[in-house]
Write a protein that binds this ligand. Structure first.
Ligand code: AGP
Length: 604
């Protein structure tokens, strides 16, 4: 995890780096630091947020040639000033995102322990470069020699005060991008930090080395051969990352869902047809050959996979499995499997690792559903669809999830169509229901007061259970994940039929149970499960699209206007996001940056 950002040039360097660092706080926010070079190198760091670092820098921002900064999500060593980056050893100063798996080995081999000042794995990089610099007296050579010894993942920026005309950067299995404008040169873990300064970016490939100076940058490999890398242009802008009039990014992003879904639909559908080309050039050839689908993702993206399993079974008539990326193993080889990786960021280490293993073993074709164009996952997979959620900043994923769902729904239909299971008129009907979704989301968003009132049922309790059945069970999982993440309330989900097999023992008078009731063939079964908890005193909160259930429970229920069972997940999901949001707000947690978490999880 962690975010790094830096700039070289002559204008506004420190202000721009601090601005960029704030936008990277989604990657970690337990401590922050900055190295600034004007006539000499100065390092500032602290435990806590970038805004605290900023205070330290007041009046110290002029006449600087470069600055690089880091916002940390602790892995090795507690959040503290001593563990915050940059790390300085002798002539060398570094910032690092990733994990150096063999840091202990290197520490022992070169006897760095005596001089170690932090508990981090990262500090070893500064020691190693400094060690080689003393031997070679050449910064680039020292950097290359040090990189060769590192195992794990890294995005590194390094400075040597004996060669202050340059900053060296490199990355391996961690994102790093370069950009420039007429005045400055930039690098960052993510384009969002730099959208204010440029719209043209160059991604480093694994092990590329960048040499950056005040006016330009070049890329080379570790044999010093100059490399050419494509630049890509984005149409995202800094406004896409602004909070506007909202109190929290999460709320803003929940309310952006009609637009995000609409934009996603526009790139999936044309003239009542789902475009197979939206998933990539070879999609038809690949879709024709698949017999099995294996979905891979983490957290919310994993939940999107769980929902879509129902769609792949129904519309594509394929067997389908869903894997938590960190648990993915290669032991089951099913011929003609399409591996679908779902990831908002496209940079999640667990998901990337699963896809890399699949590719290494040549197990089958890969497709990614990502919300970040040119992310590592997109570049790794054979086919890809870029959801148009727009930049998502709140750590709790909302609009990205909804656009993942709509994309997977369209993909299931598209594969079914390619396999001639869905004819033109059925496709047209399915497309019509998709086109209606933004309107229906808007309707839910117009009725937020009721949802806010329902959160009162949670007051005074330290846990809540969510229950649902079938395709709504993953939505219960997602709803309870949102609740846990932002309110720290212990929230757990069960398929409602499972209650009697154990969890029912948890229910006592007043215990809150959130119940998702769909108006379909399963209605009576889940109503029986509802009775089981009610008769044991549970305090029930109902989300339903069944008018009768709603009318009988008006006080403690919320009505969702959706008729097509297959689309239930898309709409049931929205009030659950708001339910978690309003509860977290009522107890005053840090909603956009909940404790211990980070938006982009780039460590395994
Ligand atoms: C969602 O609210 C989470 N913060 C988290 O579960 C997230 O979905 C997960 O880390 C996967 O991220 P990705 O979609 O970027 O791969």
């Amino acid at each position: 995890m962690c975010g790094i950002v830096g700039a070289l040039g002559n204008k506004n360097i420190v202000n721009e780096v601090l601005y960029g660092l704030k936008t990277l706080e989604y990657r970690g926010y337990d401590s922050a630091g900055i190295a600034i070079y004007g006539k000499k190198l100065t390092i500032f760091k602290n435990k806590g947020r970038v805004k605290d670092l900023e205070k330290k820098l007041l009046n110290k921002k002029i006449n600087n040639k470069f600055a690089f900064a880091h916002t940390r999500w602790a892995t090795h060593g507690e959040p503290s000033k001593k563990n915050a980056h940059p790390h300085n050893v002798g002539a060398v100063t570094i910032v690092h995102n990733g994990i150096i798996e063999n840091y202990q080995e290197i520490k022992n081999k070169y006897e760095f322990s005596k001089f170690y000042t932090s508990d981090t794995d990262s500090e070893v990089i500064a020691h190693l470069i400094n060690f080689y610099f003393k031997k070679t007296t050449n910064f680039l050579d020292a950097f290359i020699l040090a990189l060769k010894e590192l195992k794990g993942s890294y995005a590194i920026a390094a400075f040597c005060n004996k060669e202050p005309d340059k900053v060296l950067v490199s990355s391996f299995n961690a994102p790093l991008i370069l950009a420039k404008n007429n005045v400055n040169i930039y690098f960052s873990s993510d384009i969002s930090a730099l959208l204010k300064f440029s719209n043209q970016f160059t991604y480093l490939k694994n092990k590329d080395i960048g040499i950056l100076n005040l006016n330009s940058f070049i890329l080379m490999n570790n044999k010093k051969r100059i490399l050419k890398r494509d630049t890509f242009l984005t149409n995202l802008s800094a406004e896409d990352t602004s909070l506007g009039n909202y109190e929290h990014y999460m709320l803003k992003e929940i309310f952006e869902q009609p637009l995000s879904v609409d934009n996603t639909i526009k790139s999936l559908i044309d003239k009542n047809k789902i475009l197979s080309s939206a998933f990539g050039e070879d999609s038809i050839k690949i879709f024709n050959n698949i017999n099995h689908i294996s979905l891979i993702g983490c957290g919310t993206s994993y939940h999107a996979g769980l929902v879509s399993k129902f769609w792949f079974q129904e519309y594509s008539n394929l067997t389908c499995e869903v894997n938590v990326a960190s648990e993915f193993t290669l032991n089951k080889k099913i011929k003609n499997t399409l591996f679908i990786a779902i990831s908002q960021s496209g940079e999640t280490a667990d998901t990337l690792s699963a896809i890399r293993n699949i590719k290494k073993s040549n197990l089958g074709n890969t497709l990614s559903i990502i919300n970040r164009e040119s992310s590592t996952l997109q570049r790794l997979t054979d086919l890809s669809f870029h959801t148009k959620a727009g930049v998502e900043i709140g750590v709790a994923s909302t609009k990205a999830f909804t656009t993942q769902l709509i994309s997977l729904y369209a993909l299931a239909i598209c594969i079914g169509k390619t396999k001639k299971l869905i004819n033109i008129s059925s496709e047209k009907k399915l497309v019509k229901t998709i086109l209606d979704i933004p309107k229906k989301i808007k309707k839910i968003l117009a009725n937020t007061n009721k949802i806010s009132t329902l959160t009162k049922h949670l007051n005074g309790y330290s846990a809540v259970i969510y229950i649902a059945r079938s395709i709504l069970y993953p939505i219960a999982l997602e709803g309870s994940l949102k609740m846990k993440e932002i309110s720290y309330l212990f929230a757990h989900s069960y398929p409602s039929g499972e209650l009697k097999h154990g969890p029912l023992a948890l229910i006592s008078k007043g215990f809150p149970v959130v119940c998702l009731i769909a108006n379909n063939g399963l209605k009576n079964k889940i109503l029986s499960n509802l009775k089981e908890v009610e008769s044991r005193g549970a305090n029930v909160i109902i989300f339903t699209n069944d008018k009768e259930v709603f009318n009988q429970n008006k006080k403690n229920s919320f009505f969702i206007d959706v008729k097509d069972s297959n689309l239930n997940p898309l709409l049931f999901n929205i009030p659950l996001q708001l339910f978690a949001y309003y509860y977290a707000k009522s107890i005053g947690t840090d909603i956009d940056k909940p404790r211990n978490l980070a938006k982009s999880v780039t460590v395994e």
